[in-house]
Design a protein around this ligand. Structure first.
Ligand code: SR1
Ligand code: MG
Length: 402
């Protein structure tokens, strides 16, 4: 990466002009830097003559929201390679890639800004009736076909090696599984939440132990090639389709981490309605919609996963009575546990979510955060007793009605 430099808007235009086959010679290009994530530069480049547009995502050599925190630019290679695999397995559920430039640590890709970032859609109270079907397809295909259930063991181990992504994993190990459970310097704490953390949350020894068990699983269980950061801000959506993006955290990890990320982020949105000025009817209806979506995601995931297993798992695996059921029960419990950690980190840790931080009144925000923390805690503590997603839905309903 010898010639690396972060691009300016003008340089981004010059760069894209020399990429063959994107814009015509008479294109009149304009560029905006629209990155609002935690790590990267994102350039939106549009041809005023044709309305054609593309995105350049370029890695910075530090965390964008914490300039003093250096970070490998190599993450773009993991993202590019993971997108390629996800694209092939899911028949295009990721943005199209036009060019990968390792030296400049960038990917030129399809502009999907005519779709909505799902988090924003949920905050606005939008419903997406096909989401459970779409995301369960993405999850079941990427999880099954990159695992030992399907791949040749040697090929699988080569893939694990190819996707060793230690720096990005370390971010997750710290920000998701460690820092939220003590008064870490990196945390970002609503002052109205602090008394609850000091008097109750940080004293929960059982919770801390169970989160640490899940952390060890995250660090050691090379089960499938996972996206690694599959929150609702990593999904473009409209009424017809989804596109999953931002796969820079991809590595071989526990399959439940991606499923849990999706569920945990739906739970964050579920909790956020506590602090909002909406009618009781709207709130109840929208929350029911979110719970129904979670239920359908798991049930549709399970159905698809079982059918891939029945058709394509190794014969020796298929021959073991009861293994499929045991695998799926463990996966459900991992998913809910990991999802609980993803829910809690967004209330206490460095990087928050707009669902909760959009609640301006800090007292009301703390109320919603405590509600999310209680659900997150139950997800971790009670995961081992879950036999179905319906068991989990009942737990959420019970906490809601307390
Ligand atoms: C320092 S990076 C903070 C967070 O942003 C990413 O989206 C990941 O969720 C990461 O934990
Ligand atoms: Mg991201």
């Amino acid at each position: 990466m010898g010639n690396y430099k972060p691009l300016t808007k003008r340089e981004a235009i010059e760069y894209v002009k020399q990429v063959q086959g994107i814009f015509s010679d008479n294109a009149d290009l304009e560029c905006e830097e629209i990155g609002d994530g935690n790590l990267n530069l994102v350039f939106h480049i549009c041809d005023k003559n044709s309305d054609q547009s593309i995105i350049i995502k370029q890695a910075l050599d530090h965390v964008r929201i914490v300039e003093s925190w250096p970070l490998t630019k190599e993450r773009v290679r993991f993202e590019y390679k993971a997108m390629d695999i996800q694209d092939k397995l899911t028949n295009g559920m990721v943005p199209k890639v036009y060019k990968f430039d390792e030296e400049l640590a960038l990917i030129v890709m399809e502009d999907l800004s005519d779709m909505t970032v799902m988090r924003k859609g949920l905050i606005a109270g939008e419903k997406y009736p096909h989401f459970a079907d779409q995301i369960s397809t993405f999850l079941s295909k990427t999880i099954f076909y990159t695992s030992d259930l399907y791949l040749d063991p040697k090929e699988k181990k080569e893939k694990v090696k190819e996707f060793i992504n230690p720096e990005l994993c370390k971010i997750t190990e710290d920000l998701v599984f460690t820092d939220p459970y003590y008064d870490a310097e990196t945390n970002n704490i609503n002052p109205e939440l602090r008394p609850y953390l000091e008097n109750e949350f940080w004293k929960k020894a059982e919770l801390h132990k169970e989160v640490t068990i899940l952390k060890e699983k995250f660090m050691t269980k090379a089960q499938s090639l996972i996206h690694g950061d599959l929150h609702t801000g990593s999904i473009f959506i409209n009424q017809e389709a989804i596109k999953v993006f931002d796969a820079e955290f991809a590595f071989y990890g526990p399959s439940g981490f991606d499923i849990g990320a999706v569920i945990g982020n739906l739970i964050l949105n579920y909790a956020s309605w506590t602090g909002k000025k909406v009618s009781r009817e709207f709130k109840n209806d929208y929350r029911n919609y979110l719970l129904e979506t979670i239920k359908n995601i798991w049930n549709e995931f399970e159905m698809k996963f079982r059918s891939f297993w029945d058709k394509h798992a190794h014969e020796v695996i298929k021959a073991v009575d009861g293994y499929q059921d045991a695998y799926l029960t463990q996966l459900l419990q991992d998913s809910i546990g990991m999802g609980g950690c993803k829910t809690m980190r967004r209330c206490i840790g460095l990087a928050h979510v707009e669902d909760l931080d959009g609640i301006e009144d800090l007292k009301k925000r703390a109320e919603a955060q405590i509600f999310a923390l209680k659900i997150g805690e139950a997800m971790v503590i009670r995961r081992k007793k879950l036999n179905s997603i319906e068991d989990f839905i009942k737990i959420v309903q019970k906490i809601t009605n307390q």
